[in-house]
Design a protein around this ligand. Structure first.
Ligand code: PRP
Ligand code: URA
Length: 209
């Protein structure tokens, strides 16, 4: 699929299988999500712009590579996005963070906004939107709409699982935003859940129902 990267790294795929299992505990689910987020972060930051600076090693002076440009932004789609956010911040501790509070209305499957807070100067930063699940894509589309309204113009969307329907809807709405995912599953069921999926990501992360 155009604009979609499926991260097939064996560690990602192995950990994802553990997360899908019905018997995986809340603690185990959270730990695995954090571990996978490190690997997805590695993938999504692969093409960050670089510059160099002159440093002194104990041996010589050298021109050494460093990241260029303004600090990037991780935009977490609450609640479940925070499970990816934590690991990503471990790898990029200086990143800025946006929070986009959305929940999915269980009857209409429309996204409902309840919170939004983002750093300044989004127009000068790479914004990486994180949410484990891309189902209908209503939430992801609204999150990116809001971030674009605030000026973001260089975005990526990172998730753990995507449904083909969600990929299609998202790509239609935001063709400029690449998707990075660990899997594109089979389909959505009649309640809008990803199949085979892993269930409700927020509930499994936080032990709610
Ligand atoms: C889940 C998930 C996404 C959304 C995906 O959140 O984390 O945000 O559903 O579904 P969609 O692609 O059909 O919009 P949910 O609304 O369950 O909220 P939560 O994270 O607070 O549990
Ligand atoms: N949200 C989830 O948490 N899981 C799904 O399968 C679909 C939406």
């Amino acid at each position: 699929m155009n604009g979609v990267t499926v991260v097939s790294h064996p560690l990602v795929q192995h950990k994802l299988t553990q997360m899908r299992k019905l018997e995986t505990s809340t603690a185990g689910f959270r730990r695995l999500l954090r571990e996978i987020s490190l690997l997805l972060c590695y993938e999504v930051t692969r093409e960050l712009p670089m510059t160099s600076e002159t440093i002194n090693t104990p041996m010589v002076e050298m021109e050494a590579p460093i990241l260029d440009g303004k600090k990037l932004v991780f935009a977490s789609v609450l609640r479940a996005g925070n499970g990816l956010l934590d690991g990503m911040l471990d790898l990029v501790p200086s990143a800025r963070v946006a929070h986009v509070g959305l929940y999915r209305d269980h009857d209409t499957l429309e996204a409902v906004e309840y919170y939004f807070k983002a750093p300044e100067s989004l127009d000068e930063r790479l914004t990486i939107v994180v949410d484990p699940m891309l189902a209908t894509a209503n939430s992801a589309i609204m999150a990116v709409d809001k971030l674009k309204e605030r000026g973001a113009n260089n975005l990526r969307f990172v998730c753990l699982l995507a449904a083909p329907e969600g990929v299609e809807n998202f790509t239609k709405a935001h063709p400029d935003v690449p998707i990075i995912t660990a899997s594109i599953d089979s389909h959505l069921n009649e309640s809008g859940y990803i199949v085979p999926g892993l269930g409700d990501a927020g509930d499994r992360m936080y032990g709610t129902k």
